[in-house]
Ligand binder design. Structure first.
Ligand SMILES: [Fe+2]
Ligand SMILES: [Fe+2]
Length: 222
């Protein structure tokens, strides 16, 4: 089997997509997910690369480096899971603008030192948790897609806690919050490209963007 095409970022040793079907979703839901999930998939590719790079940082204690390396493996799995879902969903009508915007966002967020990067990742992963929670409310709970997205949601919540705790031990709280808020502000702008698809899922896009712009309490609780 040939390796899956990268959505945004080329990565060596990419996992094959895992099987899933969208046959258990209403057609309109499947079409809207086909528009929204490439954005999350781009994030998984970027996260896998970011965590692998951060895990190699010499400032980290061995336990923290091991925790970040484990997250990088989770992100590679998420990448494969989302590619599996995307293969079963209708192709997006015009994916280039949102993927280009998402890629630019992740590249720009990667241009900083490790403490800021951890804070940005915690901001983004907690945002992904919020997005997934809203989307999951609109999906049939027993569907393949919901099963996959619940698994990713649970992992992301763990990533937020781990990245947030490591960042809290390395940086100043106000600076960490600024970095996380910066990452979320960029994401809010990118989400604008797929607002209609969120609407199609029954997730109100303006309210989603408003809520994404607010950092969750306790993001960097050590
Ligand atoms: Fe992920
Ligand atoms: Fe993550």
């Amino acid at each position: 089997m040939s390796p899956p095409m990268p959505l945004c970022f080329v990565r060596r040793g990419a996992l094959a997509p895992l099987g899933a079907t969208a046959a258990d979703l209403p057609a309109a839901t499947a079409a809207a997910l086909g528009e929204v999930l490439p954005l999350l998939g781009c994030g998984e590719e970027a996260a896998s690369l970011a965590f692998a790079a951060m895990a190699a940082n010499r400032r980290l204690a061995p336990a923290a480096a091991a925790a970040l390396a484990a997250i990088a493996r989770d992100e590679a799995q998420h990448d494969a899971l989302l590619k599996g879902l995307l293969a079963a969903l209708p192709a997006p009508a015009d994916p280039e603008p949102v993927l280009a915007a998402a890629q630019a966002m992740h590249v720009s967020l990667g241009r900083t030192l490790i403490t800021g990067r951890l804070a940005r990742v915690a901001g983004l992963d907690s945002a992904v948790c919020l997005i997934l929670a809203r989307v999951l409310r609109r999906l049939p709970a027993a569907s393949d897609t919901a099963r996959v997205l619940r698994r990713i949601h649970a992992d992301e919540a763990r990533h937020v806690a781990i990245a947030g705790n490591i960042a809290a031990g390395m940086g100043v709280m106000t600076a960490l919050k600024d970095e996380a808020a910066h990452a979320r502000a960029l994401l809010v702008a990118v989400i604008g490209h797929v607002g209609a698809a969120f609407d199609g899922l029954g997730v109100e896009p303006d309210r989603l963007r408003r809520d994404l712009a607010r950092l969750p309490a306790g993001l960097f609780a050590a």
